[in-house]
Design a protein around this ligand. Sequence first.
Ligand code: NAP
Length: 473
Amino acid sequence: MSKIGTESNPLRVAIIGAGPTGFYTAEHLFRRKDLVVEVDMFERLPTPYGLVRYGVAPDHQKIKSVTKVYDKTAQKPGFRFFGNVELGKHVTVADLRQYYHQIVYTTGAQTDRQLGVPGEELKGSYPATEFVAWYNGHPDYRDYEVDLSQESAAVVGIGNVAMDVARILARTPEELAKTDIADYALEALRQSKIKDIYILGRRGPAQAKFTTPEIKELGEMEDAEVVALPEEAELDEISQAELANADRGTVSTVEVIQSYAGKELQGKSRRVHVRFLVSPVELIGDENGQIVKMRLVKNELYKTESGSSRPRATDQFEEIPVGLVFRSVGYLGVALPDVPFYDKWGVILNQEGRVMNPETKEPVLGEYTGGWIKRGPSGVIGTNKPDALETVTHMLDDLAEGKVLEPIPSAAEAVLALIQERQPDYFTYEDWLSLNELEEARGAENGRPRVKFTSVEEMKAALGKSQVPAVES
Ligand code: NAP
């Protein structure tokens, strides 16, 4: 057999998960002029782009234009997309090991971290991740029920996801109607009774994880205004010292927060209260198990031995009336069947992208990982590009040393036959491009970027893949 990576013997790579990291991994591989590569990308959903489609806030359309780069990658000869195909259900790791030299898991982080406080299971308490998936039209969450008849909501955590959730709750229907928010979410939010939104940070303004454009944007909404308490916006000694050595972004973020503090209210319909140095200690329900208030403890900061600042509870408590609580304290990766996992961090057990065997502590031959399921849920979309490069570099080093799997002869045809047999309803990239055009056309009728299809059945019907008539979402 000729050398791997040539016309007669291309390097065969399976990528599991069609989010940004999956595409960056494929892009880095196709960039190698000295290699002929075949990439099969498997995705549980019919549609590509992962969190760019189902995570990025609908009022942040510009960020979504990054998908143009992914489409370019998808046009490379040697690229195939198998959407609506799930690892563990339609194909197994053992199957893939027969057909590819290398397998890369780029499945992101699909669930969330919990607060671990009493009352978290009450009616009205939701993971932000699910609310985000719901308003973005994720097929798994279209029937999710969020009770927007409440007047007051809390978002726990001060990262950019918390900002997204707060904005979507605070924006007017007119603002939302210009976006690609799911139609059902637009209707539900049109009826929303929410007046007050509390964003709760356990540390101070200098330790906020959200970025300056996001906190600024909060103050630029049509009919909502930001409330910050002067005593919480003021920095304690620990924070002042941190800020003296902080980057420009953190300094600007603190400045924006302080500009909100004590500002006179303009009488807009909704208020976004940005609170600092408070932690929920209990969610309190009524006789029907519906959250009615949240008990908070005031925190103070202390320095750990490693020099980081941590929150510590004081003996001061308060209660705020809230009927809805969205915990937004970080995403968490989900283990894949037959792939070594490190539960504590919610990541695939790996060293710089090489999947590791927990018993032998050696790399698993031919298996790699990238993105949030490799390093945890941090960074912006672009952070995944160098992350993917690190993994690809190790893949190519291993290839050079002959440390790759051995696919069976005619593996490309064999994979196609297997998928056709196990999941006849798979979606190709051409299917996605057709769906994309249809969604954009539906949007253009209403001055919106797109109107998403939000169920697999709807997508199949729109492409004439099933007998069910296409219904409007
Ligand atoms: P994140 O940035 O890690 O923020 C998580 C927040 O939860 C932090 O404020 C953290 O506080 C807090 N937290 C953690 N445990 C807590 C607890 N037990 N009680 C109270 N608060 C707690 O995570 P994220 O917001 O989910 O965002 C994930 C990644 O996606 C980030 O890198 C983010 O920048 C990115 N993202 C970017 C955009 C954008 O660019 N527009 C939009 C969305 C998401 P501590 O700091 O004290 O731990």
